[in-house]
Structures are given as structure tokens and as C-alpha cells.
Write a protein that binds this ligand. Structure first.
Ligand code: NDP
Ligand code: 2IT
Length: 448
């Protein structure tokens, strides 16, 4: 059967079974385009319907989260955990607290997570969870009460050998602390049931930095394939949260100049570059004051563009690090026509299918999220190892392991994604590279 028809037939079934879950359809379609031809060449995966099984979560948990706000009013949110695939290890993946969270978004994230976790080389299955709770504008006490209520239900489904959540959008060190405290209280056990913990209570050094650092290490590896480096490159970053902050830090350490970052209200453009002092301000602004990025522009006399994303700013390298579908086809064309030749994704699925098509057509170095942002979950895996050993490694040791994992992920993408002309299609590389290990484990474990 022709390639297009194979994908069309497969997607018709996925869409019929998962109606209205558009982000999930999008994530599956991207993978199906790489994997279905590979399955045709390897019929053992076809007979065992491996991709059909991978697109159906092993388990979906959906629950009510009641909590009382500071005014004494009862609030009710939805809580979710998608346990997608446990073929190669316990379910592992973050929790997202954001008003847009719904089943389809979490299923897309959980599906991506399965392949990403496989790429890390560590023994982790895939999962994702969260809530439509919006931490913005809430007091610390409200966030705590919400987290305690959320964990009261979640605790019965997770465990250090079963399912190990972590952070994602809206879930950082503060939330992980509240969640961990409640889990410990309910179960009377101190275990590595969550990652991203504080350093004094079982967390790993470098976990906060890991996604952003890994995203930059991945860009550096892609650049090496054309004998180039980040030194002297102009970079644009979107977002100003956990991932963006450490992408800015590492890119700057590698000699690049980062000229933008953003939040959901707009972006700042600083032609002089975001140096260490300015980055320290962003960390304080976002992690402590919980303010808006427009305040950066006032403080450092930079430009602020309300309601837009930074992709119109001329750059060599782009680091999307905010959210899904934040780079569309037009943005991609603008980036490429302005000379951008490297895109390394810190966010999950930040580029629309149209944007990906533009990047691949112009043969730029394009590192998709499931490869380029895998450093975060990889370091979560290292946190789990340290928890099991009841030891903690030094900063240098964890950073070296993270760096080596990113080098291995890059090499795996090259292995599966390089074409006759020498161009590396990292989308294909990451999809097949991530798929094979999970698929072989599923074959070995029978029809489950
Ligand atoms: P944070 O909550 O720390 O920061 C998110 C940033 O993105 C904020 O600047 C936020 O702006 C912005 N943002 C969020 N939603 C939107 C939106 N709809 N439109 C525009 N801007 C938005 O999250 P993280 O930095 O942890 O996550 C960023 C991305 O990286 C996500 O896609 C996440 O899935 C992915 N990721 C995270 C990992 C991790 O370890 N944390 C690991 C791998 C991937 P505002 O403050 O205004 O909401
Ligand atoms: O998307 C991701 O990989 C994460 N949010 C991190 C997950 C984790 O378990 O560290």
C-alpha cells in the first residue's frame, strides 16, 4: 500500500477511537508517518499490532479535585494521570497544571513521553498527568491545598516502582514539594515517588537545569555534524519558565547571544543579549515574584512586543521552550528566510506539522522535542537511580551523565534518520530510534 494511504487508514482508526483529541491525533500522525513504512519492512511489529497498542493508553485515571480557596469558596478541578506504556519501565512523565489541560493534550504528551523515555537509554515507561488548575494568581496556601487534594487521590495509583510523576508547565519545585509532602503523609514512606524534589530531600543536582541544558547540548551536537558550534550565534528563545531559563544559561555559556524570551503575554527583544545578571533577574521575576516578562523590558530598556511570539526576530538558532504549536508554518518560513538554520525544541511538539514540513524541506538542523528535550526526564531517571542507591552524585557527575545521554540520543537519531545525501531527518530518527526498544519489549511480553 502507498505510504500516504497507510497513514490515512491508520489515522482514520485513531481519530474514530479518540474523537476531538486533536493534539493527540497530531502527535500520533507525526510518528505514524515515520513508523508505518518501517513496520512494513519489519512485519513482526505489524502482526502484533504494536503501533495500534502503543496508541491506546494502558490506563487512564480521571478524578475530581475539590479544594477551598482563600475566600472560603469550594473549587472543583479535574485531575488526570495517563499511564501510557510500561513496556520498558515504570510509567514516568510530568504533571501539567494549566487551564488548557484536557484529555487530548495529556494523551499527546504521554504518547511523546513513551518514545522520548526510550531514547534516553534509561529504563522508563511513559505517562503524563495534570489538571486544569491555574496556579497563576493563586496564593501559596491555595496551591498547597490544591496539591494536597490532588495527591490524596493520585497517591493510590503511583509509587516508586509503578509510576513516578515530575514537573511540567505550572509544576515546579514548589508544587513538587507540596505533592511529595502529602504522598509521604498518606503512605508513611520516604521514597523516590516523584522527581524534581528539593536537593535536601532526595532531589538531584542539575535536575532543574537539565531540560534547558540538554536542549542546548543537542543543538551543539547537531551543529557539530556541519563542523560548526554555538559560539557567536544569535539565538531566540520562547518562554521564560524552567526550560527557557536554563536554555538561555547554557547557550550563553557556549558563547551564543540570546536576544529574546517570552511569556503568554508577549516577548522581549534585547539586542545586547541576556547576560548572567539579566538572567538572574528573569529567574527572580518568574520563580519568586511570579511577574510578567514585560517587566524585563522596563528594567533593562529592552523592546517588548505584546501578544506576539519571537519568531520574527532574526536569528541563527531558535529554541522554542514554551508550549505546543507555538511555531506555525508562517513562523517557520520567516525563521528560515531570516537565516535561521538550527531549531532545537525544549517544549513538547512546539512546531505544527506545517512548520516541520518547512524545516525539513529547507534541510535545516531540526531537533524535535522528543529528542532535544529528553534531558529533563533523563535526569529524572538519574534522580530515581540516586534515590534507589540512597546516594547523591555531584553536580559534575550528573551533568556529565546528562551530556553523554544527549550525545547518545543524537547518535541514535543519526543512525535511523540519515538519508543517502547525508542529511539527517531527526524526526524520523527520533521516532524509529525511540520505537524499536519499546516495540521489542512489547513483543517479548506478549499481547498485553
Ligand atoms: P514553566 O511553567 O516553567 O514555563 C512555561 C513557560 O511557557 C512560561 O513562560 C509560560 O508563560 C509559557 N507558556 C505556557 N503556556 C503558554 C501558552 N499557551 N502560550 C504562550 N506561552 C505559554 O514550564 P516549563 O518550562 O517546564 O515547560 C515549557 C515546555 O517544556 C512545555 O512544553 C513542557 O512540556 C516542556 N518540557 C518541560 C520539561 C521540564 O522538565 N520541565 C521537560 C521536557 C519538556 P506564562 O508564565 O505566561 O504562562
Ligand atoms: O516532558 C517532559 O519530559 C517532562 N515534563 C519531564 C518529565 C519527568 O519525568 O522528568
Amino acid at each position: 500500500m502507498a505510504h500516504d494511504q497507510l497513514v490515512k487508514n491508520f489515522m482514520a482508526d485513531v481519530i474514530a477511537k479518540n474523537q476531538g483529541e486533536v493534539e493527540f491525533h497530531q502527535a500520533v500522525q507525526e510518528v505514524a508517518e515515520s513508523i508505518l513504512p518501517f513496520i512494513e519492512e519489519n512485519p513482526k511489529y505489524k502482526v502484533a499490532k504494536v503501533l495500534e497498542r502503543m496508541t491506546e493508553p494502558e490506563r487512564v485515571i480521571l478524578f475530581r479535585v475539590p479544594w477551598v480557596d482563600d475566600k472560603g469558596e469550594l473549587q472543583i478541578n479535574k485531575g488526570y494521570r495517563i499511564e501510557m506504556n510500561s513496556a520498558i519501565g515504570p510509567y514516568k512523565g510530568g504533571l501539567r497544571f494549566h487551564p488548557t489541560v484536557n484529555l487530548g493534550i495529556l494523551k499527546f504528551l504521554a504518547f511523546e513521553q513513551v518514545l522520548k523515555n526510550s531514547l534516553t537509554t534509561l529504563p522508563m515507561g511513559g505517562g503524563k498527568g495534570g489538571s486544569n488548575f491555574d496556579p497563576k494568581g493563586k496564593s501559596d496556601n491555595e496551591v498547597m491545598r490544591f496539591c494536597q487534594s490532588f495527591m490524596t487521590e493520585l497517591a493510590r495509583h503511583i509509587g516508586p516502582d509503578t509510576d513516578v510523576p515530575a514537573g511540567d508547565i505550572g509544576v515546579g519545585g514548589r508544587e513538587i514539594g507540596f505533592l511529595f509532602g502529602q504522598y509521604k503523609r498518606l503512605k508513611n514512606e520516604f521514597t523516590g515517588v516523584l522527581t524534581g524534589k528539593g536537593i535536601e530531600w532526595g532531589g538531584s543536582l542539575i535536575r532543574p537545569e537539565a531540560t534547558g541544558y540538554g536542549q542546548v547540548y543537542f543543538a551543539q551536537e547537531m551543529l557539530k555534524t556541519i563542523n560548526d558550534s554555538l559560539k557567536g550565534k544569535i539565538c531566540t528563545v520562547s518562554g521564560s519558565g524552567n526550560v527557557a531559563q536554563y536554555a538561555i544559561e547554557k547557550a550563553t555559556q557556549f558563547g551564543a547571544k540570546v536576544v529574546t524570551c517570552s511569556d503568554s503575554n508577549g516577548y522581549i527583544y534585547d539586542q545586547y543579549g541576556i547576560d548572567k545578571e539579566k538572567l538572574d533577574y528573569i529567574k527572580w521575576l518568574k520563580n519568586e515574584k511570579r511577574g510578567r516578562i514585560s517587566e524585563y523590558a522596563e528594567k533593562f530598556k529592552a523592546e517588548y512586543v505584546e501578544g506576539q511570539r519571537p519568531w520574527g526576530v532574526k536569528c541563527d538558532v531558535a529554541f522554542p521552550a514554551a508550549t505546543q504549536n507555538e511555531v506555525n508554518g508562517e513562523d517557520a518560513k520567516t525563521l528560515v528566510s531570516n537565516g535561521c538554520f538550527v531549531v532545537s525544541e525544549g517544549a513538547n511538539m512546539p512546531s505544527t506539522p506545517e512548520a516541520i514540513e518547512v524545516f525539513l524541506k529547507h534541510k535545516i538542523l531540526y531537533g524535535p522535542g522528543k529528542a532535544a528535550n529528553a534531558g529533563g526526564v533523563a535526569t529524572s531517571g538519574l534522580e530515581m537511580s540516586q534515590n534507589s542507591l540512597r546516594l547523591s552524585w555531584t553536580r559534575e557527575e550528573v551533568d556529565t551523565r546528562l551530556h553523554n545521554i544527549m550525545i547518545d540520543i543524537h547518535a541514535n537519531c543519526v543512525k535511523w534518520g540519515k538519508d543517502e545525501s547525508g542529511y539527517v531527518d531527526y524526526v524520523k530518527g527520533a521516532n524509529i530510534g525511540g520505537f524499536v526498544k519499546v516495540a521489542d519489549a512489547m513483543l517479548a511480553q506478549g499481547y498485553v
